[in-house]
Design a protein around this ligand. Sequence first.
Ligand code: UDP
Length: 333
Amino acid sequence: MKILVLGGAGYIGSHTVKALCDKGVQVVVADNLLTGHKEAIDPRAKFYLGDLRDGAFLDDLFAQEQVDGVIHFAAFSLVGESVFEPLKYYDNNVNGTRVLLESMVKAGVKRIVFSSTAATYGEPERVPILESDRTCPTNPYGETKLAMEKMFHWSAKAYGIEFVSLRYFNACGADESATIGEAHQPESHLIPLILQVPLNKRPQVSIFGTDYPTKDGTCVRDYIHVTDLAQAHILAMEYLMGGGKSDIFNLGNGVGFTVREVIETARKVTGHPIPAVEEGRRAGDPAVLIASSQKAKEVLGWNPCHDSLEEIIASAWAWHKSHPDGFTEGAGK
Ligand code: UDP
């Protein structure tokens, strides 16, 4: 089996590439390195530098590498930035995926696993969230991911492409080797920001909103280990290879933690007091996001096994401690 991973130099992409290589799958990575890191790509994978909006690049790639399927991570993913620069998100995420699908149709590549997000739901009607629940994104990032899902849906009908869309909740943690991990520039995610305090990179962490209708007033999220996400992509590709039909799956642990609980767990893991300051709400944050991942468990046989928050934060801590400045090379650094 040979798989093309688009965006394989990014956070979840690089963990999936490593997991595929560990399974003996032949992996081809394409990445424009705008936000990814060359150093994050497993050396067992073959790397092509290029952009998915470049149709000629993709046509050449599909001609050179006879791939059995595509796993697509190549998208911008900063919620806040998407609000200020929506067209940047429509161009890369939606237009890029259109170019990719055109190239796949030409090359006769029929299977794709795609990274989607809980942001497609917006403010949920209820928790845990089911895949069939209302989708009403509250920011352009979620809108573009939903538009991509719809493009796959209609392309599946028109061109016989089968897709699996994986709606992640809060991806976190790092590979147990601590050689790859989260390294966003700028960082906006809670766990890496908390861990910057014991690394002496910031004096304190901010708590965005303390008046939510939750047990301690702070937002509740479903934190899912990146290694478990990587396994879900492999299972999804195997599902499609086995004749599985196009479908959408949530990926989370089904357990919610408040921001205060996450900070408290990080204090325990690092042994550092990690001062926190209470601030106002961040725009567009739903109070509670918790996944029902029952469908992924039943249909894909997915079984997330790193479900303790302490273990998740400990793995992130091992990565950040050994790489306080993230990766040393790559345009995204
Ligand atoms: N958050 C926070 N302080 C920060 C960053 C995030 O309180 O410095 C909160 C944020 O409001 C949300 C939760 O932590 O409720 C997780 O945010 P993150 O950006 O990690 O992921 P998101 O839920 O936006 O995908």
